[in-house]
Design a protein around this ligand. Structure first.
Ligand code: PLP
Length: 246
């Protein structure tokens, strides 16, 4: 049976998900506390967010600035402000608003966008945490810095390295790691090679730029988060598993 999108089951589903995260972490000899669950609330109402907050969830993901802005505004009265992550493609004309709204921008996918975010962060007197979204599959529909095949793709990696070198000099951005979206698949295990490529990239970046922070690996969604945890994901992004079908 497909999960429905009503509010009633959110707490129950979150409880089951936390149990699965804990089990997957233990299988990988990891601490569950090192894995941040982002509840992807795109297309869902502020009341869905409230239900998740009531069940102890404090980090939410949105993929469109225009949708997130009124939702975040409608939730100002919460006793504790949730953390909001931008996980969708960001147009540069929305960069300023994104800097104002989000605690982490996971979907930085070009040098130009990074430079734009840096400028707005400077103007707003802020330092913005970001992840670099990397497309390790080569699937054309996916956003992200193109690195099909991962670090073995020397030409693409040389290009990416030049851009990373530049991004790391931007004073109002704080790089914290990498994000990826694997191709849609039937089997959770089909995502593993892509998660592994991202993990290997992180290891290599940490070796080459040890002064930067490469801690976070944002990978894993409703259908493959346990595989992602076994490949060292520190952030998993779950929509349907929490809120039901969109
Ligand atoms: C929608 C979305 C998710 C959540 O997907 P589910 O399959 O609902 O878990 C995760 N990451 C990104 C970037 C998304 O756009």
């Amino acid at each position: 049976m497909k999960p429905d999108s009503s509010l009633q089951n959110i707490a129950l589903r979150l409880e089951q998900i936390h149990a699965r995260i804990t089990a997957a972490a233990h299988r990988a000899a990891r601490h569950p506390a090192d894995i941040t669950l982002v509840a992807v609330s795109k297309t869902h109402s502020p009341d869905h967010v409230r239900a998740a907050v009531a069940a102890g969830c404090y980090t939410f993901g949105e993929n469109r600035v225009q949708e997130a802005a009124p939702k975040i505004a409608a939730l100002q009265d919460l006793p504790r402000r949730p953390r909001w992550h931008m996980i969708g493609h960001l147009q540069r004309n929305k960069a300023r608003l994104a800097v104002e709204l989000f605690d982490l921008i996971q979907s930085v996918d070009s040098l130009r966008l990074a430079e734009s975010l840096n400028q707005h962060a400077h103007d707003l007197g802020r330092r913005v945490p970001i992840l670099l979204q990397v497309n390790v599959s080569g699937e054309v529909s996916k956003e992200g810095f193109a690195l099909p095949g991962g670090i073995a793709n020397h030409a693409a990696y040389a290009q990416l390295s030049t851009e990373i070198e530049r991004i790391l000099t931007l004073p109002n951005l704080e790089v914290r790691g990498l994000m990826t979206i694997p191709p849609l698949a039937e089997e959770p295990e089909a995502s593993r090679p892509y998660f592994r490529l991202l993990r290997e990239l992180r290891t290599d970046l940490a070796r080459r730029w040890p002064q930067a922070n490469w801690r976070d690996l944002s990978m894993g969604m409703s259908d493959d988060f346990e595989v992602a945890i076994s490949e060292e994901a520190t952030i998993i992004r779950l929509g349907r598993a929490i809120f039901g079908e969109r």
